[in-house]
Structure formats: C-alpha cells, structure tokens
Write a protein that binds this ligand. Sequence first.
Ligand code: ZN
Length: 269
Amino acid sequence: MRAHVVNGLTIVSVEGFGDRRIVHGFSTRGGGTSKPPFSSLNLAYHVGDDPQAVLKNRQLFFAALGLDLARSTWAEQVHGARVAVIDRAEVGRGALSADSVVPATDALVTNIPGTALAIMTADCVPILIFDPVRGAIGAVHAGWRGTLAKLAVKAIWTLQEVYGTQPSDCQVVIGPAIGPCCFQVGPEVVEKFAKHWAGDDLTFISRSAQGWYVDLARANSLILQGIGISDKNIFGGSHCTCCRSQQYFSYRRDQGRTGRMAAVIGLVE
Ligand SMILES: [Zn+2]
C-alpha cells in the first residue's frame, strides 16, 4: 500500500489494482476541517461531528481523488449482511446529507460509469472489488460480524447475479483496518467463527498469553480465495488503523469517540 499527497491530503492506494477505468483510494485523518475528537478529515455524518465540516471534508477528499462527490453513493452501515445494487435512481444517496443514505446496508455494487461507491470505517475492514471483464465495482464494510457473515463473498455473488461477474476475474483490495497486532476479542467471537466457519481455514485466529486475536484482513482474503479469486488478485491488508495513530482513526484505540475514514472506488466516465 502506498500513500500519496494531493492538495495536502494523504491518500492511500494500491499499485496494481484496477486499470484506467477506475479510481480508488482510502482516506487518512489529516488535512480536514473537523475539530477533536474528529480531527481532522472525518467523513461520517453519524458520529456527532458538525455536518458542514463533514461535507467540506468529503468535498476535499473527492476533489483529491478527482471524483464527483454528488455522484457517489453511501450506505447506512449497520454491521449487517445486506448488499445493495446501485442503479441510476440511487446514485448520490447519502453523499451530501445523512438522510438520503442507502438504509441498513453494508455493501454496495454498481456498473454505472461516472459514479463512485463509499464505505466508512475506523477499524472495520473496507474491501473494494473490481471486475475488469464486466466493468462492475463493489465496496464492502466488514467488521468481525460482516466477516463472519462472509459479506465480501455475498457482494461477489451479487455482482455475478446482476452483471454476470466471474469471481476468478475479480481484483480486490483490503484496506486499512485493525490488525492482528491489536484486534483482541473475547472467546465468544472465536466460538462464532469456529461454529459458523466449520470446515474453513481458521488460521486467522491466534492465541497469546493476553488472549485471542483475529486477523480480519486474512480472514477476508481466505474466504475470497475460497470462491476462486487468485491470491495475486488480492491486494492490501497490511495497514493497522490502531497502530498508525497519526494516519488513521481507530474506534478501539480512541474508545469510540473518533472520526471515520472512507474507502472509495469509482468508475470513470
Ligand atoms: Zn495494530
């Protein structure tokens, strides 16, 4: 994963992911207008920040990406397992205000040129998907619940159903998220994975003297490989939001009072 600075904002992206038809990027916390504890590039309306500051921050980030904020679509993320297909009537929902957001949805897919999909996170795993054959994209919000529900796989099945996507054609980026260094969980979370993922590779769970740790990036990579996505088409997964306090918001590190980054993927016109 590499960081580059555009207009004073640091954008993280992955070389080798996608082609000239798409733009993607993960925001970082600097260069925005929000005050503590949202300082400074908070991109979420729902966390209690000044909505005008959030809108300004979103405009700054989208300008840096070279994408049109008004043609981006945002979801009301609820740690659920619903995938929404974004057609022309839905484009732009949740971009300029909170009330038009796509309700109760944690994954978005589309194939409309000149539009983008956005997922907000601060520890949960943002996953971006590109099908270069069908020209379709997806964005997924996967915390441990979304990972347990295999939401990234569900998003790919939705791409297949709607656009004819073959998993083996897909490229995927796993964005900045809390790493196995910091994501300690209780035994009840481990039990859920062991129960619902029977037969799956559980090497993403480790145990130390302190307790159980889950590597959500690796878990998502494993389930995507399980449906035929090649290891060489799965990028990212190396930045821990909790460790990198200068770069990222972290819900766990900041004890819930913090901003959100956005993971964005857009299809160019
Ligand atoms: Zn860490």
